[in-house]
Design a protein around this ligand. Structure first.
Ligand code: FES
Length: 82
């Protein structure tokens, strides 16, 4: 089982979440919200507003949990405004 760690740069806090195999295909923005992470969005996940950005330039609404983990095997998400 994989772990994703969400690190809030503003608050300097981190939360850890387990990723089940069935969750890997979920949209990353929706998955984070289901876990209770307050992710910003004003375009409802259409890839326009860029408020859902992590790692400074990746939009969570345009990737799956699996595609994130393929790019970042350490599973660490950095969110500037959290
Ligand atoms: S929610 Fe608007 S770009 Fe991702």
């Amino acid at each position: 089982m994989q772990i994703i760690k969400v690190f809030g740069k503003a608050s300097q806090t981190a939360r850890h979440f387990e990723v089940t195999a069935s969750e890997e295909k979920e949209n990353l923005l929706q998955w984070l919200r289901h876990k209770g992470v307050t992710m910003a969005s004003s375009c409802d996940g259409k890839g326009v507003c860029r408020k859902c950005v992590i790692q400074q330039d990746l939009t969570t609404c345009e990737m799956t949990v699996r595609s994130f983990l393929d790019l970042f095997p350490d599973g660490i998400i950095f969110v500037d405004y959290l």
